[in-house]
Design a protein around this ligand. Structure first.
Ligand SMILES: [Zn+2]
Length: 257
C-alpha cells in the first residue's frame, strides 16, 4: 500500500524543500526593485485571469439555467394578474395553431392562389382547373395516422363527404371580430367530428384519409386547408377568376413562425 502511494517521509521532505525554495526566491525579490515589479505584475495578471474565469463561470451557470428561468417566468406571467400578463394572454389567444404538423414544410405542390390546369399542374394526372383557394399540405409519404387540429376555438358547421374531397370539415372560428370558415379537405370519413360540435384550439378534429381511396375521393394523401373571410359553407377548392379568389385568405399568412 505504501509503495503505491509513495513514502510519507519523502512527501514531507519534498514539500519542505518547495516551501523553503519559495521563501528564498521571495526574499530575493524584496531586495530587487525590478523583481518586485515583476512579482506585482504577475499578481495583477493572476487577479485578472481569476476574475475573468470567475466571470465566465458565473455567466455559464446563468446561461445554462436561462432557458428554464424564461419558461418559469412565462408560465408565471400566464397565471399572474398583472395587466401586461393579461395583454400577452390576449395576444396568445389570437395566434392560430397549425392545422397539421409540419404545415409550412409540407406545402410543396399547391400553395394558395396558384392557377392550376391539367397541363401545368405539379400533380399528375390532374383533374382540376382554376385558382387554388387553399394550400395543400402533402402527406403521401406517411402511412401512420396524421391528425388534423382545430386552428382556433370554434364550432363544426359541416362534417360530411363531398365530391373532390372525400371527408370534409368546415370549422367556424372568429378572427378579430369576424366569423371565418376554415375548410379541411380529404379527411377520413370515419374520423369526422359531429356537426355542431364545439371544439377548442388544438383539438384533433379528424385524420387524413388514405391515399387514392374513397376517403380522399381518389386523391393523394394531403390536407386541403382553406380559409374563407366569411362564414359561408363554401367548399370550392378552385375558382375561375381572381375576384372570386378575393373571398379566400392565404392561410400561410395567418400563422406565426
Ligand atoms: Zn387543395
Amino acid at each position: 500500500m505504501c509503495e503505491s502511494f509513495g513514502s510519507p517521509t519523502s512527501e514531507i521532505i519534498g514539500g519542505g524543500f518547495l516551501f523553503y525554495s519559495l521563501l528564498d526566491v521571495s526574499a530575493g525579490f524584496i531586495y530587487n526593485k525590478n523583481d518586485m515589479k515583476k512579482i506585482i505584475l504577475i499578481i495583477i495578471i493572476l487577479i485578472i485571469t481569476f476574475s475573468y474565469l470567475a466571470y465566465r463561470l458565473i455567466e455559464g451557470i446563468r446561461l445554462g439555467n436561462g432557458g428554464s428561468q424564461t419558461e418559469v417566468a412565462e408560465n408565471y406571467d400566464h397565471n399572474s394578474l398583472l395587466p401586461e400578463a393579461e395583454e400577452s394572454e390576449e395576444k396568445q389567444e389570437n395566434i392560430l395553431v397549425f392545422p397539421v404538423d409540419q404545415f409550412r414544410q409540407r406545402i410543396t405542390k399547391k400553395p394558395f392562389g396558384i392557377y392550376i390546369t391539367p397541363q401545368n399542374s405539379p400533380v399528375q394526372p390532374e383533374r382540376f382547373n382554376g385558382y387554388h383557394t387553399g394550400v395543400d399540405i402533402e402527406y403521401e409519404d406517411k402511412t401512420a395516422d396524421v391528425p388534423v387540429f382545430a386552428v382556433a376555438d370554434g364550432v363544426v358547421r359541416l362534417a360530411r363527404t363531398a365530391s373532390g374531397y372525400g371527408g370534409v370539415v368546415i370549422l367556424e372560428i372568429e378572427l378579430g371580430d369576424t366569423k371565418h370558415s376554415v375548410v379541411y379537405g380529404h379527411i377520413r370519413p370515419s374520423s369526422l367530428p359531429q356537426k355542431g360540435e364545439i371544439v377548442k384550439k388544438g383539438d384533433s378534429i379528424g385524420l387524413l384519409g388514405t391515399s387514392f381511396s374513397t376517403e380522399t375521393d381518389g386523391e393523394r394523401r394531403h390536407l386541403h386547408f382553406a380559409v374563407l373571410s366569411n362564414n359561408s359553407l363554401d367548399l370550392l377548392g378552385y375558382v375561375q377568376n381572381k375576384s372570386e379568389l378575393a373571398g379566400w385568405i392565404d392561410p400561410e399568412g395567418l400563422f406565426g413562425e
